[in-house]
Write a protein that binds this ligand. Sequence first.
Ligand code: GCB
Length: 651
Amino acid sequence: MGRLLFAVCVVCAWDAAHLLGGGMLFPRDSPTREVKELNGLWSFRADFSPGRNAGFQQAWFSGPLRESGPVIDMPVPASYNDITQDARLRDFVGWVWYEKEVWIAVRWLRDGNTRIMLRVGSAHYYSVVWVNGEKVGQHEGGHLPFEADIGAVARKRNGTSCRITIAVNNTLDFHTLPPGRVEYLNHPKRYPSGYFVQSTHFDFFNYAGIHRSVLLYTTPKVYIDDITVVTNFSDSTGLLSYQVSVVGSTRPSVRVSLVDQDEKCVASSAGSSGLLKIVNINLWWPYLMHEKPGYLYTLEVQVTAEAGNSFLEDMYSLPVGVRTVQVTSTQFLINNKPFYFHGVNKHEDSDIRGKGLDWPLIVKDFNLLKWLGANSFRTSHYPYAEEVLQMCDRHGIVVIANSSHTSILIQSYIFENASLAHHLVVMEELVRRDKNHPSVVMWSVANEPAAEMPPAGPYIKTLVAHTKLLDWTRPVTFITNSNFAMDHGVPYVDVVCLNSYFSWYQDQGHLEVISLQLNEQFEDWHGKYQKPIIQSEYGADAVPGLHNDPPLMFTEEYQKAMLESYHSTFDQKRKKYLVGELVWNFADFMTGQSIMRVAGNKKGIFTRQRQPKAGAYVIRERYWRIANETGVMPACQGLGTVAVNGRSIPI
Ligand code: GCB
């Protein structure tokens, strides 16, 4: 085992208890809960010591970080990689240290019936957290939240500020999600002593740091820990079954009411589980499928309980949408109507911020999705911020939610039990976090998991079965490369998702072969499995502003022509069993450096700065046409039209 990874494992062994038992409810203010954001500037230091372990050896968490060495300002949330001019920090592998001094309100500290929680929206990849030098927990995996109850530690120092230290390690090995490996290059004449590099086998930059908001929030000692809703409908009556899990009392009294957008209570019930009936239901519909997409009710949950001599109360409001999802051998149905995914694959990626949550970027991207006429996206290749899924719920953008597994690593190590055990935990965290989002219609357990290797079959089978146990209401899939051999894993999924790059990675420059090869792909896979198919990736790199006619690879003309060639075959197959097309990619994104990439992957139809390339107009015209053709989009009329390439299309 490499020295660097050993440092990670020593820390794991200190305390096997993970931070996260529950706590996947998104922190919201309520009459019984308060939220305080700790975003902004944190003190920061990367541990450049040869073993990357000086921080632990010298216990940097035990006092203010500035006292153990130099610190710099680091924004949170953001990846740290592109914040400075230092290439060593951009490409850093190992532990970095963040610290912030915060005040905790006296009323929080004095009330012994108040839980004080510290929550990190996500940090990549392995995190350890201390408060005032005391370890409060740790978490493995980026892209998902974790939290710790810090009440007891904070109360020891009543009246003084609180020092929060978070160490984050971005090292990836065979058993992390995504997998990677650290290679030590022991050639004294060619590399400095102790030289190592992190190899990754996925196609995006391994951005690291605290990527989403850090919050303090309170709940009463008796609190709503989790809520699960499952919805259905019959004619015009909506059905919402709910389950509320309460911690801190064995005999809580639970009341729920469902409130519509006019603030009218439309159903209510008592008890920790039950069924609400909603007359004249407003179903949750995808964008462009209904004049009122994304209709949300609010489920107001109120819990009261006696705790010792006190009477405690907790309240939580959960946005919910009522809709159903089903799959047949040729269709994907939402609310019993055929749904066609005309959408994109995205990345959480932008200049300077890397993978850091950024509201202007999120809102801009949603405006661009609507401009395109896109009704869906896949959270390639990891779970996205909860804030993004909340936007999807509100705007009716349909989501295929991915785990953080992606790898083109052709090594059987990545299918070992240690990987599977962690992968199952990630699926649990993901489903628990995102199960109540109406926008999420399918889970994807992995992306291109070297599926031609025999161990992939049982591995995928276990993951799919486990995910179905966690949530029986949604279809489950994994994303496969159409070049991979069939059979390993595919028989277990509900929808076949295929990535293919004809005339790009094979038959380079030969656009004329696309329709033949794509036709063969669809007929083979549907013939074999009799399941609906989504073209989950296809696309070509286009360097913005690079032109050649007739098209040459890497020009905007080539990207445009390639998309158009795929579209004609899609149009034949969507009359049969093709249920979606997701272009790769929404926007250009950063990758590791290689001769395959020109300062990042340029398959975006928008640039990294979100300006359209020629391909964006092709997609826009197509998606609006498909939306109009379905005939279920009365909202299109009246919204106006825009001239695109001399034609008038609706917006
Ligand atoms: C794929 C991968 C994606 C890559 C893309 C490409 O199949 O799933 O992560 O970025 O191809 O551009 O090569």
